[in-house]
Design a protein around this ligand. Structure first.
Ligand code: CS2
Length: 472
């Protein structure tokens, strides 16, 4: 039997499932981006609020890119199981917060109407780094304009993607869709309404949620006794830090009651998470892709990679963080990376590297340069990225570069065996990846060139080992 509202009550008692009513109220949250992360993170926070009796947190979920997933979720009435597993234990939960679903590409009007619905209080987003396009700004603005024209209150629009200052970026994207030149009186009014009534808080979200695998689907079948094609696996740890800036200020206390950290200083959490967790992730993912290690846990399980990541965080990232508890944070991250239940594919994390690297690596390298300190770990990571553009691993196995820049990266990287120096130089000159300062820095280019030579000559593992012995 498939998992659905009907079959829910037949779940065994060791699976936690929603006992609140899921059909009598309209959703209060419109969420854009129905990927694994949202479903095992915010949807579970909203599930908690719903379970506490507050009926305003049902989600109208919008799939941005995957109509197949939305179709499957619809056939399961928005229900799916989450395995929460780590050293502390294993438990299964079916969150109940996902009430309605649409596909942005084919049902745009329904999405605009959902944003404009009187019951909507929040719009949240996990559309990935490359999702921040003018089309997204336009979609949001169309919904918000309808609200303003109908005399409805504003909403909180919370970006939850791995971008520094994500709330500011999103706000700018929405406002950019109002033409500044020859602004009409209506547009000027809309702009005033946006500023006065809508809030775009920055936020940092964290939970490791790999894309679903057949292994998890099979485990769900066993644990639930029901078929669930949308089952997910995650860790016990989760964190949501959000700026204290809401359309409805009373939401602050409510979110805190569910375990969300509401603060005036999201920045220090954002920068630590992006550079420590995500920066290490990208380095390990690229190493794993080239050495043929399929998962993050298989990479961190290798002693020299583990030491490399430990040093990368402690020596090159931490000195530039405003968060002072970085040593505990680093050690906790290393433990999380090793979670054996999370089959977190290195190729999944290597996806869209061109969009991820700018947030994850250059700020630390520039910090080291400013202090005259060593950036060898990041230089090796960058060399591994160059090697990655060859699209074939060290065992001769080809892989696909899933990246909006795949074509141009592969063209630039293609000649690295015959003209390694020119090739490294060409890839390092790209300001979209490295910012404007690093491409001019001869010391940086020299060290990446050095490590790239070592990687090509001796392989990734030998290069990492060499780095560890030369920078004790
Ligand atoms: C990962 C993140 O895929 C990636 O780029 O680094 O999805 C990471 O797992 C999350 O940010 C953890 O909170």
């Amino acid at each position: 039997m498939p998992l659905s509202a009907l079959s829910l009550s037949s779940l065994s008692s060791n699976v936690n499932f929603p006992s609140y009513n899921r059909t009598t109220h309209a959703p209060g949250v419109v969420h854009l981006g129905l990927g694994a992360f949202h479903r095992a993170h915010q949807a579970m926070v909203f599930d908690q609020l719903l379970a506490s009796g507050d009926t305003r947190w049902g989600i109208h979920g919008v799939g941005m890119t995957r109509p197949d997933l939305v179709k499957q979720l619809r056939s399961q009435d928005g229900l799916y199981a989450v395995r929460v597993a780590d050293g502390q234990g294993v438990r299964w939960q079916v969150p109940g917060a996902l009430w309605r679903m649409n596909v942005a590409a084919t049902e745009r009007d329904a999405v605009v109407q959902a944003i404009a619905a009187p019951t909507t209080r929040w719009v949240t987003l996990t559309v990935t780094e490359k999702g921040y396009t003018p089309a997204l700004g336009q979609l949001l603005l169309d919904g918000l304009r309808l609200r303003q024209q109908a005399g409805l209150p504003g909403v909180t629009v919370a970006s939850c993607d791995n971008l520094q200052g994500n709330g500011h970026k999103l706000q700018a994207l929405v406002k950019a869709e109002i033409p500044a030149k020859d602004m009409t009186a209506q547009d000027a009014e809309l702009l005033r309404w946006l500023d006065a009534q809508c809030a775009f808080p920055c936020s940092m979200v964290d939970r490791i949620v790999p894309a679903a695998t057949p292994e998890v689907t099979a485990a769900a079948q066993e644990a639930l006794g029901l078929q669930d094609h949308c089952a997910l696996s995650t860790e016990g740890f989760w964190e949501w830090v959000i700026e204290d800036r809401f359309a409805d200020p009373t939401d602050s206390a409510l979110l805190q009651s569910a375990g969300v950290r509401v603060t005036g200083d999201v920045h220090s959490y954002e920068e630590a998470k992006l550079r420590m967790l995500n920066g290490s992730h990208t380095a390990m993912a690229l190493m794993g892709a080239i050495t043929g290690r399929p998962f993050i846990a298989s990479c961190i399980g290798v002693p020299h990679i583990r030491t490399f990541v430990h040093q990368l965080m402690g020596r090159e990232v931490a000195p530039h963080l405003s968060r002072s508890d970085w040593a505990e944070y680093r050690d906790a991250l290393i433990a999380r990376f090793g979670n054996p239940y999370l089959k977190h594919s290195v190729h999944q994390i290597a996806t869209d590297s061109s969009q991820k690297i700018p947030q994850r690596w250059p700020p630390s390298v520039l910090g080291q340069i400013a202090q005259g300190a060593s950036f060898e770990h990041h230089a090796l990571a960058a060399a591994v990225f160059v090697r990655y553009t060859l699209a074939v691993d060290e065992h001769g196995q080809a892989y696909t570069l899933n990246d909006p820049q795949a074509e141009s990266l592969m063209v630039l990287g293609a000649t690295q065996r015959t003209e390694p120096e020119a090739c490294v130089r060409a890839l390092l000159s790209r300001e979209d990846l490295w910012g404007s300062a690093l491409p001019q820095h001869s010391g940086w280019i020299a060290r990446v060139t050095h490590w790239h030579q070592q990687v090509l000559l001796h392989g990734v593992d030998a290069a990492v080992q060499q780095l560890l012995t030369t920078t004790p």
